[in-house]
Design a protein around this ligand. Structure first.
Ligand code: F6R
Length: 611
């Protein structure tokens, strides 16, 4: 949440900062701002998108070789010009951008107000900045020292970048709980919430850790902890190309990412799955195989779409591995007092690897002796780094705010994990194991076939785009897909939607059914097919409109449903990877038809780094 970017070097900072902000807009887009250091400080900020700021500053002085920029997702204070970052200190000598939440801002504010400070915004960030300045002036120390003292008093999360009018070419940064990457160039440094702003300039990056402070100059990068001890920066080589974060001819990132799935799933399987040899190679599992084989239970923590993948993992792991699994919302798990026993395995599922609730949940569990296994997309992210073992989804950068390709990537990883453990434990028959490997191998091709029929979903979308509500129903392995379908529709089209187990519908939601209610059934051929056919009848008897996602060759449901979309046959465990694709496309086409900015739907942010 909130994107931050910085540059110091011999180039003009503004073009680098502004293009970096465009790449980070997925993190928040309520307001935008930049500050440039060039013989004094210049600050430009505006409510709205990066493009709004660009229009507002035409003809302004944009010189400066050092600059910082911010794209905001509002926490404290509504989105408007004055709450936009960067904030300037009372003296005007310091400016700061901040990603995170200062939880004890009220106390700090009280202290500053008593000393006569007046604030021009409603943000916690402006309070922190003035708190730092107050310490600097009181103690007659430099900014770095003042920041260190201030951060010892702060509770909450932050990545902050500071510029000091009296300290040319220098950006001072600090991190706790939100991501910060520093790109190392020749005589220049780049800073970002992720590596995307620096990709065309350098592949060498340093991931800053919590409680670290960075003093960044064109030819110098000093990392310190809050105790003022110097730390050697650990430089990592990025394995990411610029093309991965560009639209590549698609109208939206979301569409590009949906259509990338045959190759992202392939990337996820490559080097791991060898169906012909009957093997799965996953070093994260192999290194922890004794723990997995002996586990009394597994707890999976996640949020949002990743939570839906977790729910599916519960069904799969329990069926194949016979290990009890509990699925928890990370935000609940971290605050209640869960029973965690030494040796319990906690799987954290996260696209970004930075979701604040998931991160804290696993930190708590780790303190209690649990083994943490991360299923993460973003390489080098916080969750990946604190996990004891893990498996990357290898879906590449996901820029569209709604998760699509990373969801199917998570499912592919989780199925492989379950198969690997089940095979090692001997809880799966040789035939079923081999068959599931072959099924998994065939997924990219089947997804490709589904995508070839995408236009049919466009037609269905146009029929239902004006609905005010929708119901998504599925049974067994398709129930989490119903939840995910409903979430995608809410996010991308602003239509209210609910997902339910199809049988649960009779216990309440059926009261909503009338001739205006579209009901999406995920009704692929599985164990429950006859049951779900009855559920469709029940909806039709009440005049609901039925859209059914069904398996090729199904001759029963087409006679009952208002609209059908066929997917290739797959084993029950594999089918959700296929049926999730029409869910994504239906939401996308409805969102587009309604004029929603599907890559940046209102109020959302890609990476939820505040709780
Ligand atoms: C929905 C969506 C969110 C995320 C959730 C968790 O399309 O993207 O619900 O799934 O915010 O994020 P990660 O997976 O990054 O932990």
């Amino acid at each position: 949440m909130c994107g931050i970017v910085g540059y110091t070097g011999s180039k003009m900072a503004f073009p680098i900062v502004i293009s970096g902000l465009k790449r980070l807009e997925y993190r928040g887009y309520d307001s935008t701002g930049v500050a440039l250091l060039n013989d004094g400080l210049k600050v430009y900020k505006k409510k709205g998108r990066v493009a709004d700021l660009e229009n507002a500053i035409i003809g302004k002085d944009l010189h400066g070789h050092t600059g910082i920029g911010h794209t905001r997702w509002a926490t404290h204070g509504e989105p408007n010009d004055k709450n936009a970052h960067p904030h300037s200190s009372a003296s005007g000598k310091l400016v700061m951008i901040h990603n995170g939440i200062i939880e004890n801002y009220a106390q700090l504010k009280k202290e500053l107000v008593n000393k006569g400070y007046v604030f021009s915004s409603d943000t916690d960030s402006e309070i922190l900045l003035n708190f730092i300045e107050e310490i600097k002036e009181n103690n007659q120390c430099n900014l770095e020292e003042a920041l260190r003292i201030a951060l010892k008093r702060v509770t909450g999360t932050y990545v902050i970048l500071l510029l000091d009018a009296e300290n040319p070419d220098t950006i001072i940064a600090a991190r706790k709980g939100s991501p910060l990457v520093i790109g190392v160039g020749k005589g220049e440094h780049f800073l970002g919430s992720d590596a995307s702003p620096m990709l065309e300039y350098t592949k060498e990056v340093v991931y800053v850790n919590d409680y670290e402070l960075a003093i960044v100059r064109p030819n110098e990068l000093i990392l310190k902890n809050l105790g003022n001890e110097q730390i050697t920066p650990f430089v990592t080589k990025l394995d990411m190309e610029l093309a991965a974060i560009e639209k590549g001819g698609y109208e939206h990132f979301m569409l590009k990412e949906i259509f990338e799935q045959p190759s992202t799933i392939n990337d996820c399987l490559r080097g791991r799955l060898d169906a012909a040899a009957g093997t799965i190679t996953m070093s994260g599992i192999e290194n922890n195989i004794t723990h997995f084989k002996n586990a009394n239970r597994i707890i999976i923590v996640a949020c949002g779409t990743s939570w839906h993948a977790a729910l599916l993992a519960e069904y799969i792991i329990e069926e194949l591995c016979r290990i009890p699994v509990e699925v928890e919302y990370a935000s609940e798990f971290r605050y209640r007092n869960p029973i965690i026993n030494k040796g319990d395995i906690i799987i954290a599922i996260s696209q970004s690897g930075e979701t604040a609730d998931t991160l804290v949940a696993i930190e708590r569990a780790k303190e209690n002796g649990a083994i943490i296994f991360g299923v993460v997309n973003v390489v080098g992210s916080s969750i990946a780094r604190i996990s004891d073992g893990g498996a990357y989804t290898h879906a590449g950068p996901e820029i569209g705010v709604a998760s699509t390709k990373t969801f199917t990537g998570q499912l592919a990883v989780l199925v492989m994990m379950a198969l690997k453990i089940a095979n090692e434990k001997g809880t799966i028959s040789e035939d079923r194991y081999k068959n599931l490997l072959l099924e998994l191998e065939a997924v990219p091709e089947k997804v490709d076939a589904i995508l070839k029929s995408a236009e049919q979903l466009k037609t269905i979308a146009l029929k239902y785009k004006d609905a005010s509500d929708a119901l998504y129903l599925g049974r067994g392995y398709n129930f989490p897909i119903a939840l995910e379908g409903a979430l995608k529709l809410k996010e991308i089209s602003y239509i209210h939607a609910e997902g339910y187990p199809a049988a649960e519908m009779k216990h309440g939601p059926i009261a909503l059914v009338d001739e205006n209610l579209p009901v999406v059934f995920i009704a692929t051929k599985d164990l429950y097919h006859e049951k779900i056919v009855s559920n469709i009848q029940e909806i039709k008897a009440r005049k609901g409109k039925v859209i059914a996602i069904i398996t090729e060759g199904d001759e029963i449901i087409p006679g009952m449903a208002d609209d059908v979309f066929f997917v290739p046959f797959a084993d029950d465990i594999i089918a959700p990877m296929l049926s999730s694709i029409p869910m994504q496309l239906l939401s996308y086409y409805i969102g587009i038809a309604k004029g929603v900015d599907v890559d940046k739907p209102r109020n959302l942010a890609k990476s939820v780094t505040v709780e």
